[in-house]
Design a protein around this ligand. Structure first.
Ligand SMILES: Nc1ncnc2c1ncn2[C@@H]1O[C@H](COP(=O)(O)OP(=O)(O)OP(=O)(O)O)[C@@H](O)[C@H]1O
Length: 605
């Protein structure tokens, strides 16, 4: 292995001259030492010792460099650097390294105070680099890990072969076009995946555009799609799914990026973002259901977007001009459920000083959204069933019936069938409400939507506060993608509201997130307490918590205890701690606490 030339010769030394490795070199280091800079060609394969030692291959003079400082190992997978326990350490892109790290074009390595920039020359990918799907996914996971760790871009490009095929030509393109840091292979007979580290997937970006053109020249009827880490996903499976979905949306012979696959549904004042294919299908179904008058039952965990789905049914229906009346059945005051729902006459009960129109009647000509319908007491269930069957209601304290023209969309986080089986919910009402049932997946099940929702909520929160937009660091995106989201979209929204208010710089770093999110793991148990406004980790480490946080923690504990004592009946739990039921119900959602199933007796006629 050749040693570095003396400083005087370094600046002028042409790349590839005077070194046995230069002819075969695929990459070089641009070394910046003191006032001088020079190129050090890396061998095609072999080991480069970096240090002040006379025997070092890359010989440096700076005092900050140890005699045997680092080693660069070059294999057909590309170069990797490892520190040899040097005094001042080796860093990659500003971060100290403690184990072997791959070097990619554009990486900045520092050996003590000496800096070297990696420049990879274009080297055709050997045919054997086309990996089988298993190895390809392993490689993609490594690349995702690297992209997130160092905040570097990574794009995955997928090709769905057209009817005319062209597999051999596509493979020829890979052999001639793929760079040394890239990998590609077939996911199945018809889908190719090409990993493009350092490609940000931006419109008009050369690294992407050239490859798209080359692939389409090989298979002109193919569809191409691309997804980028972290903006379209932070794990291998999500990125592949996003790229494949994008390819499906492209025309034959065309290309689409995953970002183009995000749909913004403008539903009057509401904006609903949809990117997950399952969600897109569900919203298409809701649109079809809207055209009918069928009652719709929406199932899903708390905060998953059930009210938005219900509003979509209303908005797309012929009732859009009428009112949309949301009713939280869990928050209706015990004893007043019927008068709230059906209204009452003056003097119907103590305190009924005026006649009052009920919530159902106030939805005349429109849609009533019965949220948490599983919480309705048995007597109200019976009365609701009758009202829906005869399309009339009777106000409490009145004998005459009044006609109603409403559509009912109901929602529940419970398994209503199981509730029916246990005698806690009327079967006939269940059949009536659940003529069409739509199950919304939890946010954990649609990881593709986490980054885009996070960005959107953050942008909206910043603009509501009148502050400039904030960026989400890739480590933060990673933490968001690993979180279990027991509170679903609401939890994400609350978190973004919190960071918009709390973070002072321009970038949301992982340490700004609540401590509970940094341990990570999709497996975070559902129903785990959620406090989006919980202090960031530095605050949590302090001996004393801010007063506001202590109060919130106390509130959470007391509410949980009360719920247990009241066997899940929210109105009773609220009364136990002297909190108005509406406040209780609101805080329950805000804190992501799971209301337990109330133990009710079987419904009566
Ligand atoms: N796809 C989406 N795009 C934009 N915002 C969303 C989306 N899904 C949910 N949200 C927002 O997340 C929050 C919670 O959604 P929503 O109230 O519809 O959930 P929910 O399932 O009805 O909750 P709960 O079970 O507590 O009644 C709302 O602020 C809503 O606007």
């Amino acid at each position: 292995m050749s040693s570095a030339p003396p400083p005087s010769a370094r600046d002028t030394r042409p790349l590839g001259s005077g070194s046995e490795s230069a002819e075969t070199s695929a990459a070089y280091l641009l070394v910046l030492e003191g006032e001088s800079s020079w190129r050090f060609p890396l061998p095609a394969e072999g080991v480069v010792l970096v240090g002040r030692d006379d025997k070092a291959d890359l010989r440096l003079k700076d005092e900050s460099v140890s005699r045997r400082h680092a080693r660069i190992l070059v294999t057909d997978e590309g170069p990797r650097v490892v520190d040899l326990g040097s005094q001042n350490g080796t860093s990659l892109n500003g971060r100290p390294i403690d184990d072997a790290r791959p070097l990619l074009s554009g990486d900045v390595v520092a050996f003590g105070a000496v800096v070297a920039v990696v420049r990879a020359r274009h080297r055709p990918m050997p045919a054997r680099r086309a990996l089988d799907s298993e190895r390809l996914m392993v490689r993609l996971r490594e690349e995702v890990e690297r992209a997130l760790r160092y905040g570097r871009p990574l794009t995955v490009l997928t090709l769905a072969l057209g009817e005319q095929g062209g597999r051999e030509l596509v493979e020829a393109v890979l052999t001639s076009e793929a760079g040394p840091a890239e990998a590609a292979g077939w996911l199945d007979a018809g889908h190719l995946l090409w990993l493009l580290p350092e490609v940000a997937g931006e419109p008009g970006e050369e690294g992407l555009g050239e490859r798209v053109e080359a692939l389409l020249s090989a298979s002109p009827r193919a569809r191409l799609g691309a997804a980028t880490c972290p903006s379209d996903g932070c794990d291998a499976e999500t990125l592949v799914a996003a790229a494949r979905t994008a390819a499906q949306t492209a025309a034959p012979g065309g290309f689409a990026s995953a970002a183009e696959g995000v749909t913004r549904l403008a539903l009057a004042e509401r904006v609903v973002l949809v990117a997950d294919p399952a969600m897109a299908q569900l919203y298409a179904l809701l649109r079809r259901l809207a055209a009918s008058e069928l009652p719709v039952l929406i199932r899903g965990e708390t905060g998953v977007g059930k009210e938005n789905a219900a509003f979509a049914v209303h908005h797309w229906s012929r009732r859009a001009g009428g009112p949309f009346v949301p009713v939280n059945c869990a928050a209706l005051p015990e004893g007043l459920v019927e008068s709230e729902l059906f209204g009452h006459e003056r003097g119907a009960f103590t305190g009924a000083t005026h006649a009052r129109v009920g919530l159902l009647e106030s939805a005349q000509g429109g849609t009533v959204f019965l949220d948490e319908v599983g919480e309705l007491p048995a007597s109200a269930q019976a009365k609701l069933l009758r009202a829906l069957e005869v399309r009339r209601i009777t106000r409490v304290g009145e004998t005459r019936e009044r006609p109603i023209d409403i559509r009912v969309v109901a929602a529940t986080h419970r398994d209503l069938e199981a509730e029916v089986a246990q005698g806690r919910f009327r079967q006939d009402l269940y059949f009536r409400l659940g003529a069409a049932t739509v199950l919304l997946p939890s946010l954990r099940e649609r990881p593709r939507e986490v980054p885009m929702l996070a960005r959107d909520f953050l942008e909206r929160a910043c603009s509501a506060l009148g502050r400039p937009g904030l960026e989400l660091a890739s480590g933060t995106m990673h933490a968001l993608s690993r979180h279990g989201w027991p509170g679903n979209v609401r939890e994400l929204r609350n978190l973004m509201d919190y960071v918009a208010a709390a973070v002072t710089g321009n970038v949301v770093e992982p340490h700004h997130l609540p401590a509970r999110m940094l341990g990570g793991g999709r497996g975070a148990p559902v129903g785990e307490p959620v406090a989006p406004e919980m202090a960031p980790v530095e605050v949590a480490r302090r001996a004393r918590l801010p007063l506001a946080q202590e109060i919130r923690e106390l509130e959470r504990r007391r509410m949980q205890e009360a719920l247990e004592e009241a066997e899940g009946v929210q109105t009773r739990a609220a009364a136990l701690i002297g909190m108005p039921i509406r406040t209780f119900s609101f805080k329950l959602k805000q804190l992501g606490l799971q209301p337990r199933a109330p133990r009710r007796g079987p419904p009566t006629e």
